[in-house]
Design a protein around this ligand. Sequence first.
Ligand code: UDX
Ligand code: UDX
Length: 459
Amino acid sequence: MIIKNICCIGAGYVGGPTMAVIAKNNPNIKVTIVDINAERIAAWNDSDLSKLPIYEPGLAEIVKDIRGENLFFSTDIDTAINESEMIFISVNTPTKTYGKGKGMAADLKYIELCARNIAKVAVTDKIVVEKSTLPVRTAEAIKSILHNTGNHINFDILSNPEFLAEGTAVEDLLNPDRVLIGGESEVAIESLAKVYGSWVPQEKILRTNLWSSELSKLTANAFLAQRVSSINAISELCEHTGANVNEVSKAIGMDSRIGSKFLKASIGFGGSCFQKDILNLVYIARNYNLNEVADYWEQVIIMNDHQKRRFSDRLIKTLYNTVSGKKIGMLGWAFKKDTNDTRESAAIYVTDHLLSEQATISVYDPKVPEVKIQADLNYLNTRSKNENKENVMSESSPYEAVKNAHAVVIMTEWDEFKNYNWKKIYDTMKKPAFIFDGRNILDKFKMKEIGFEYYSIGQ
Ligand code: UDX
Ligand code: UDX
């Protein structure tokens, strides 16, 4: 099948960058990204590129280059579906907040809505590609909806999970370790392989069955998250034994069987994927009565929650067992550097805990605006919106955020934090001035020399 038009439903962190890179490398294919959120589409179409809804290094340049050429953003979902031979579904699949599987299973209502919409409007054969991360065997449900409610045309379903990491999305898409395509129809698989083949070497394009593809995505994220929880577990042991987790990471990472990546001890992993995907894995395992398998993976989440909690407990204990009425300066709100995404960021949970202990928090993040910070806290529903607004300030300067603070906490590893004038910061803080470095990015000896009481993870 020759692909001339591609439609992607969902203009988010996955759909936006992925389609931009596909369009850039396939000038003969018209790529249209559609979304039900008109505000988001307007932002993607804004002539001021700093207004794009998603911050990713290198993305604005690609959008600038090809927007209006072969990359389009639109709210006209039906037209885009109709004129495309290939439709990517890239909508969000949050953890359910109600009913059966609440807090564990993925909420597939948006996926189902998309499938029903495609079935309703499509009048020519389509290849439907699952890009969103989904529980194993979701393709079955999509297939059933398409075939039972469609206009008697042929639908081929492919699973093509996304492995990009936020903050390096463009780089990951341009040079992927592998592209995974799962499906039943060889013709459909090869059509998609050809789209990627315009810039990805064929030997990096893996073809599997649908279910292996769906499960591989969950497994990859579970393994990555498990490494973070493993090193974080060791970090607590380091704090009690005098070992240094950075040294332990380096020592074990030089073993080529272990490898050096994903061994940075931290405040705990965040992001939209790790927790959700592991919960999914746990939920599926329990459904098949595989309780040992479920318990094994659940422990990765339990360890992560513990890591976030013990960070704030340690801060409170160190500040003489009370933070009531004390200002805490928080640097970073995003779940990692180089993104404006805050989903499941440790900063949200640490702030919530400190607010319950009556601290006031003053936040600076280079890419996250105040409305987002307030929305993240309000979503937890721990206290009223007014209370959140009164006790959490957002500053546009890091120096303002930490002025008169009893402690500075570092939540995100933004590079700029390393180069601040820390002597100046020290001079404006309450004494003793504490730093809790949740990312181990500052130089311990320099900080101590300036006069700080410096605490980090696993040392
Ligand atoms: C991704 C992945 O696709 C998902 O698998 C992963 O597990 C979580 O993140 P992401 O791109 O990060 O999604 O989500 P988001 O930035 O929320 O974008 C999804 C977009 O889909 C939103 O803009 C939303 O408005 C849109 N949407 C949702 C639709 O257009 N139609 C719907 O029916 C539902
Ligand atoms: C992840 C996967 O890496 C990606 O392949 C998948 O497509 C989506 O989920 P993402 O969540 O965007 O990507 O970022 P990632 O770099 O994996 O980081 C996740 C979290 O783990 C972040 O909070 C990060 O700070 C944390 N982390 C990562 C650590 O704490 N230590 C590490 O060594 C690595």
